[in-house]
Design a protein around this ligand. Structure first.
Ligand SMILES: Nc1ncnc2c1ncn2[C@@H]1O[C@H](COP(=O)(O)OP(=O)(O)OP(=O)(O)O)[C@@H](O)[C@H]1O
Ligand SMILES: [Mg+2]
Length: 318
């Protein structure tokens, strides 16, 4: 057993025993005598000896407890949204044991967290898909039926204008229902793949906000899992929504590029940026999705002002 692997009790005991032995030895070999009542010089020597021993004690004990202090600091700052942080096993037996226990606890917490976010996101996506299907199939059908009925009305000259206006309103409602359904569940993603779905997303964003989106969507990309694709799509969607809501930008860049065995999404605006490190439901959701697909998300100030969101998702293993 290495000295540093001694139990904490024995390390402290050994240090103190060594100091006491040294003090005893010094008393034995040096001509120090103590009288009662104590003389001033003797008192000074005694106090100096005591101080020297205390200082030595502190110096020798410090390294023993330093790993414990580091452990506490690390426990306070560990961030479950940045998984994979582990402490080095160091220090005496108990401290190393504590670090091992802490690392194992992190492992379990991260696994548990991954599982619960996965379940929450899957439930959310399933619910969105259900609402999208209902909107599209039920409400869409009813509105289409109304349009057909309006078309088949006998054209009385007096009501023709009103009927036309009603048809126009129904058509608008139909478009809106389709748009909402599309946003809830991007059918494009399932049928035409990520670049097409992002192109469509950008087009709708431009139409809605009047902001031009500069698209750099590589056509040949490493393959992502369906969850990975959905994560990229949802992060792009939330980032664009944030640009529209917060950035006051004049242009946006939406890039999808191949990385090293990964796919990299970048959404960059030239807006006012943020004053504080931002934290909201949207960003937290993005982070959670990134963690879940083993990706990395960074939200930071863009190179020329504004905000840059970057998501890297590892490609699916073959
Ligand atoms: N592109 C951006 N430009 C400027 N500020 C931004 C940008 N994106 C985010 N922010 C800031 O970061 C904050 C957090 O964003 P986040 O998406 O988490 O929340 P939110 O958009 O306010 O609400 P929601 O939960 O509905 O998304 C925003 O309130 C905003 O102040
Ligand atoms: Mg938001």
């Amino acid at each position: 057993m290495r000295a540093s692997r001694l139990p904490l009790l024995w390390r402290v005991f050994a240090i103190n025993a060594a100091l006491l032995a040294v003090a005893t030895l010094l008393l034995a070999v040096t001509p120090v005598t103590i009288h009662a009542p104590i003389a001033l010089v003797e008192a000074v020597v005694l106090v100096a000896g005591l101080l020297a021993m205390l200082a030595a004690n502190l110096l020798l004990l410090r390294p023993t407890f330093a790993p414990l202090e580091r452990l506490v600091r690390r426990m306070r700052t560990v961030d479950l949204l940045r998984p994979g942080q582990r402490l080095v096993e160091e220090g005496g037996l108990e401290v190393a044991e504590l670090v091992r226990g802490f690392n194992e606890m992190l492992e379990r917490l991260e696994a548990e967290r991954r599982e619960s976010s996965r379940r929450a996101l899957a439930a959310q996506e399933a619910e969105r898909a259900r609402v999208a299907a209902e909107l599209h199939d039920e409400v869409g059908q009813v509105l289409t039926g109304v349009l057909l009925q309006l078309d088949s009305l006998p054209l009385g000259a007096s009501a023709a204008v009103e009927i036309d206006e009603t048809k126009q309103a129904v058509r608008l409602a139909l478009d809106e229902v389709r748009r909402i359904a599309q946003e809830l569940r991007p059918a494009m993603l399932d049928h035409l793949g990520l670049p097409s779905a992002l192109t469509e997303l950008a087009a709708r964003f431009e139409e809605h906000t009047g902001l031009p989106v500069e698209r750099r969507l590589a056509s040949s990309l490493p393959r992502l899992s369906p969850d990975g694709e959905l994560a990229v799509y949802r992060v792009a969607q939330e980032s664009l929504t944030n640009v529209a809501r917060h950035a006051r930008a004049s242009r946006v860049e939406l890039a999808l590029e191949p990385g090293a065995g990964s796919v990299v999404l970048r959404v960059r605006d030239d807006g006012r940026g943020f004053e504080h490190p931002p934290d909201g439901g949207g960003l937290r959701g993005m982070r959670e999705r990134a963690v879940l697909v083993g990706g990395a998300l960074a939200v930071k100030a863009g190179p020329t002002g504004g905000v840059e969101v970057r998501l890297e998702v590892p490609a699916e293993e073959r």
